[in-house]
Write a protein of this length. Sequence first.
Length: 132
Amino acid sequence: LFFTLPYAWVVLFQDLWGYYSPRTFISNFGLSTDACAFVWQRILLRVDNIDPKYLLLVLHYLRCYNTFDVIHLRFGICDKTSRDWIKYMLQVLEVSLQTVHISWFSSLISFLYNFLTLDFLDEQIFSKPSFR
């Protein structure tokens, strides 16, 4: 529940990037720390036992649309793991934000999830990625 507080996202960002500024946070994730805390509260209603850095991972992907090579270097995980977590977190975001009146955001997540799953049609839907 620590990450339901905006300051927790500042600490996590400092751990990943080495420094914090509100402008840099928003430019990398498209949301403020308050918005991240709100989204995290919505996620916890549906799913538990997820590392909050994976929310930042998917938000960074949606905002910057970097290649998986760049993303895995930034977050310290391999590119296949980052791809799996992004796919999973897109599903989690879609389910968690369905009742929030941001229909364009939900549509964008659905589109990106479908785009990412073209290569993964044989995988079980909504399965949590394994750690590598």
